[in-house]
Write a protein of this length. Structure first.
Length: 297
């Protein structure tokens, strides 16, 4: 396994605990997102400045990095609301439809176009996620605020992936993550202030949860995922993040006593198979034709 793939796997593990922490509702949704970014930024900014690695090649890339930070802030904010207003699993499912938007966006805007195996793998992986959550959820789907925000989160994340991939062609991971995280923190701090969410008064467990979100779910996770995004196709990174749904389900079973059914296990297996299809070289016969899946990261 190559270093980018190892970084991707570790990053996915780090972010998979995030929905569980948010679902505990130990802090309001938007201010929780603020602390996630602010804690990570408080470490990243001094390190990047003192190490002399805070270098952005041009004003254009600097501004695009600011855009990435703002978009990511919106992504986390609406996802937090979706998780707290529905369930961690449902919000994660709808948010992780982002590979569809990433694939479409990559087709029009990125140099590395998604191959047919990407679409095959994406369809299989999404079917696995639907199986994992339950078909009845889609039959009885209620287009409430949580649903809309979860969909928006997926759209925001897809835009973030596409723009960040463009920026990371020419910018190193550390300065990009540092500036984008700082921008997210500022944006979410201002937003929290204007909607009157409290910045203090949390329980000890609430502060511990915020620290984990900042240090593990943001700092560690996005340094790892930023490295993977720089060295891998944006489409493949996005589809691989679908595996987060499986890990989130496992963590929900372990820590907040959510039931894991046989259907969820089957859905997880299908989902992981879809991810596998996007990565490995193999000829898959479809309607009398063979599709060669491209090797490499």
């Amino acid at each position: 396994m190559t270093k980018p793939r190892i970084a991707l796997v570790l990053g996915i593990i780090c972010i998979s605990i995030f929905p569980i922490l948010v679902k505990l509702k130990l802090a309001p949704a938007i201010v929780s997102a603020f602390y996630r970014m602010a804690i990570a930024a408080s470490i990243l900014v001094p390190f990047a400045l003192l190490s002399g690695k805070f270098k952005i090649p041009s004003i254009k890339l600097f501004l695009l990095t600011l855009v990435c930070g703002t978009i990511f802030a919106l992504d986390v904010a609406v996802w937090n609301i979706a998780i707290q207003e529905s369930t961690a699993t449902q919000a994660t499912l709808l948010t992780n439809l982002s590979p569809v938007w990433v694939g479409i966006g990559a087709f029009f805007f990125l140099k590395n176009k998604p191959t047919r195996n990407f679409w095959i793998g994406t369809v299989i992986a999404i079917f696995g996620m639907i199986t994992l959550v339950g078909f009845h959820f889609f039959v009885n789907l209620d287009f409430n605020l949580a649903f809309i925000f979860a969909i928006l989160s997926g759209v925001f994340y897809a835009i973030y992936m596409l723009v960040s991939k463009f920026v990371l062609y020419d910018v190193e991971v550390l300065p990009f993550i540092t500036l984008s995280t700082f921008t997210s923190a500022v944006f979410l701090g201002v937003l929290s202030f204007f909607i009157n969410e409290p910045f203090t008064g949390f329980t000890e467990m609430g502060w511990i949860s915020l620290l984990i979100q900042g240090l593990v779910c943001q700092l560690a996770a996005w340094l790892l995922l930023g490295y993977a995004t720089k060295h891998m196709r944006a489409t493949r990174v996005s589809v691989s993040l679908l595996g987060q749904a499986v890990l989130t389900t496992i963590f929900a079973w372990l820590f907040i006593n959510e039931t894991v059914t046989f259907q969820m296990i089957i859905g997880g297996i299908i989902l992981l198979f879809g991810i596998w299809v996007t990565f490995y070289s193999k000829k898959i016969p479809i309607i009398g034709k063979e599709i060669k899946i491209e090797k490499g990261v």
